[in-house]
Ligand binder design. Structure first.
Ligand SMILES: Cc1cc2nc3c(=O)[nH]c(=O)nc-3n(C[C@H](O)[C@H](O)[C@H](O)COP(=O)(O)OP(=O)(O)OC[C@H]3O[C@@H](n4cnc5c(N)ncnc54)[C@H](O)[C@@H]3O)c2cc1C
Length: 332
């Protein structure tokens, strides 16, 4: 029966982190999930690269919250005994002279995030790096799939069928990722969802097991294989993996990786994105019991813990939501 219990619809990264944040605040919750086409969390690499993008721009959300973000991952590891956070050196290849100049600017603005700078050829014959490379500090990857599995098990007793969620909770938070767009209530948000594909590959030859980024990225997996990604496309959200994406990913890798590789598998997921690339969260302006937590875009691992806590605080104590991420910025 409806009560103060918070309902969580969708248990990918957003739903799982919200559940964890609510537990920490002592707020009762229940959750429901129904498999749909191409969710992001089961296939997402979860890479945390504080200096992403072609201009190595510092992610300011992460810069201000990274200690708390990482401590959330550690807390979930302690709670579930699952290993989900993998701190890993990230080597970023500099693609041209313009990027080398950007790096100089970033070194002045964000020196705490830039480690050793390597000259061309420093990584041997496996890597083509004519403009050199640098190490990004505080990088790593979150096992997004592992986190959601571990928290699903922990909160198993709070799971209810989708059709019964509203019977258990008056306030329901929609955490259905890109599929929030298909809900009439949220359909008017300026969605800009982005389909993305990744390859799982086996390398023939030795490459230090770091995160690498040479335009596309390469991520070492615990089973000895690597993941390579990712593509961006703004349609075909329900379609299976494509040959176009496979060709694009192979091309991206071959621009800098000089080792042969074999493709083991290919997967597709859709990022929930709105037009200003910020999360969307909070109650609907005309129905405060309908709440959303979505729009984590390409940065679910970086932004998820911070904004799950922010929303949980609002749900528990009515603490105000930041205007630049509140859903009310789009809906009157
Ligand atoms: C290719 C790709 C690469 C990425 N790389 C990174 C990265 O390197 N670093 C990073 O930080 N982030 C990355 N991301 C982003 C990150 O993965 C996402 O931001 C995050 O996983 C989104 O989680 P979510 O819970 O909002 O959505 P989802 O993971 O899509 O979860 C939605 C959940 O809702 C459920 N659901 C759907 N429909 C219904 C329904 N009708 N009823 C009930 N339940 C439903 C689904 O089963 C699913 O469990 C990447 C994403 C993609 C696609």
């Amino acid at each position: 029966m409806p009560s103060d219990t918070v309902g969580i619809m969708g248990f990918g990264l957003a739903g799982a982190l919200l559940a964890h944040a609510l537990e920490r605040l002592g707020v009762a919750f229940c959750w429901a999930d129904e498999p749909g086409p191409n969710p992001a969390s089961p296939m997402a690499p979860g890479i945390i690269n504080p200096l992403a993008g072609r201009r190595f721009k510092l992610n300011t959300d992460y810069a201000s919250s990274h200690r708390e973000t990482l401590s959330t991952f550690v807390a979930i590891e302690e709670l579930t005994e699952a290993r989900i956070w993998h701190p890993t050196p990230l080597f970023r290849l500099i693609e041209n002279a313009e990027q080398a100049a950007e790096l100089e600017a970033r070194r002045r603005e964000a020196p705490d995030w830039i480690g050793q700078i390597h000259p061309a050829g420093a990584h041997g014959s496996a890597v083509h790096d004519p403009f050199g490379s640098f190490e990004t500090l505080q990088a790593g990857w979150l096992d997004v799939r592992g986190l959601t599995h571990a928290l699903r098990s922990r909160y198993h007793a709070a799971e209810v069928p989708v059709s019964e969620l509203a019977d258990h909770a008056e306030r329901v938070v929609d955490c259905r990722g890109w599929r929030c767009q298909q809900e009439a209530r949220w359909a008017d948000l300026p969605w800009k969802n982005a389909r993305g594909e990744v390859l799982q590959i086996e390398l023939e030859g030795e490459l230090p097991r770091h995160l690498w980024n040479g335009g596309g990225w390469l991520q070492p997996m615990p089973n000895g294989q690597w993941r390579a990604g990712a593509t961006y496309a703004w349609s075909q959200f329900e379609a299976t993996p494509s040959l176009i994406a496979r060709t694009e990913l192979v091309g991206k890798l071959q621009r800098w990786l000089r080792l042969p590789f074999r493709i083991v598998s290919q997967s597709v997921g859709v990022r929930a994105v709105v037009v200003d690339y910020r999360p969307v969260l909070g109650p609907h302006p005309v129905d405060e019991n309908a709440v959303i937590f979505s729009g984590l875009g390409s940065h679910g691992a970086i932004l998820g813990p911070l904004y799950a806590r922010h929303l949980a605080g609002h749900l528990a104590h009515g603490s105000p939501l930041d205007r630049d991420i509140a859903v009310a910025r789009f809906l009157q």
